[in-house]
Write a protein that binds this ligand. Structure first.
Ligand code: G6P
Length: 368
């Protein structure tokens, strides 16, 4: 069927704004609201408690969703995770034992490298699980089990709502794994579910920052290079922020683990390089503050995406602060996806780029 843009200028804008709804729908599928626990409707042909290792493969934005999930599976379920881009995993031919699970993540379910890595995992006798948005896709058909994202058709080439739905499903899976492996108390599960339930509303609040992000984007559009920094789950979010910006605005952008700043990218910093720091007020926030101080000391212009508590604690002169709502840091990637996407979107629109059909990129890469 035909998908329309409605009142939006671009599909990408429509899809960013749809996120509270589609993340809500995805949550409703995986969360038993009455009992405050995760309940997966899909039968899984393995038990999380028997798994020796989780191997994640994906491409592009789906890969960054997987990288966030690595932190969640390790911390909530104490499950060892390895992750690689599918184009490497498929040729690396990693040793995979039969007690392991391979998890592939794909919006389209047709990405050639991701499909090949799934087939390789099956050939090694692994359990396979796919997080996909297109239920009739090849990956959905070939994986031993599928947990769908309920994002609806995504038209914009740069993934937005599929990404936040992937994160939502992956966090639900990590919670289910934590319960099965006895590493997550019922009380903590309930807290996490309570936090998850607030996510669609918090995402809607985040879209209200659009006016100020649009102004900020005018500054970003003047840059030749942009650096994104984050720690913990905000590190893959920095990688995703940089990917989004380069995909649609063609500005060179790099995401870095904030702690790696001193091992290279600090050499690039001067007043012409905006440094976008993704930093909710979490357990490692203070560490990120010291990285921001290093940037500020070299005349770098910081754009902080954080919460009011963090901004006050950091006490730094920033070029701009995008003040996000307070939340349980575990769910921050899902909510922080919104300003990250809006910065890229408005920068590209301001520069007159075709955000729905960026040059040289395809929505789904079905050839090598
Ligand atoms: C292409 C798209 C990206 C997407 C990636 C993986 O590069 O432009 O937005 O993240 O493919 O696609 P998949 O359908 O497997 O998630």
């Amino acid at each position: 069927y035909r998908v329309e843009k409605g009142n939006h200028r671009h599909f990408m804008a429509k899809e960013i704004h749809e996120q509270p709804e589609v993340v809500g729908r995805t949550l409703a599928h995986y969360v038993d609201l009455a009992n405050g626990r995760v309940a997966l409707p899909e039968a899984l042909p393995f038990d999380f408690k028997d798994l020796s290792r989780l191997s994640i493969t994906a491409c592009g934005t789906a890969y960054y969703a997987g990288l966030v999930a690595k932190y969640w599976f390790e911390s909530l379920a104490r499950l060892p995770v390895e992750i690689d881009v599918a184009s490497e995993a498929r040729y690396r031919e990693p040793p995979l034992d039969t007690a392991g699970l391979t998890l592939v993540i794909s919006q389209s379910g047709e990405t050639a490298d991701t499909l090949a890595s799934l087939r390789y995992a099956k050939s090694q006798g692994q359990h396979t699980l796919a997080v996909v948005n297109v239920p009739t896709s090849t990956i959905a058909r070939e994986a031993s089990a599928v947990v769908p994202t309920l994002a609806g058709p995504e038209i914009g080439v740069a993934s937005t709502k599929a990404f936040s739905c992937q994160l939502t499903v992956l966090l639900c899976l990590a919670i289910a794994a934590g319960r099965a492996r006895g590493t997550l108390s019922a009380e903590r599960e309930r807290e996490l579910v309570d936090a998850l339930i607030t996510v669609p509303g918090l995402m809607a609040d985040a879209t209200k920052l659009e006016g100020e992000i649009e102004l900020l984007a005018r500054e970003v559009s003047k840059a030749r290079d942009v650096l994104y920094l984050g720690r913990g789950t905000s590190y893959p979010m920095a990688l995703e922020g940089a990917l989004k910006l380069k995909e649609i605005s063609y500005i060179h952008a790099e995401g870095y683990a904030a702690g790696e700043l001193k091992h290279g990218p600090i050499a690039l910093i001067d007043e012409s390089v905006p440094v976008i720091v993704i930093a909710p007020h979490d357990a490692i926030f203070e560490k990120t503050v010291s990285n921001m101080q290093e940037v500020a000391a070299r005349g770098g212009r910081i754009i902080l995406i954080g919460d009011a508590k963090g901004a006050a604690a950091a006490g730094l002169d920033t070029m701009a602060t995008v003040t996000m709502p307070d939340l349980d840091p575990v769910v921050s990637p899902i909510v922080y996806a919104v300003p990250i996407q809006l910065i890229a979107y408005h920068t590209a629109v301001f520069m007159g780029k075709d955000v729905d059909q960026p040059r040289n990129l395809a929505k789904s890469v079905t050839v090598e």
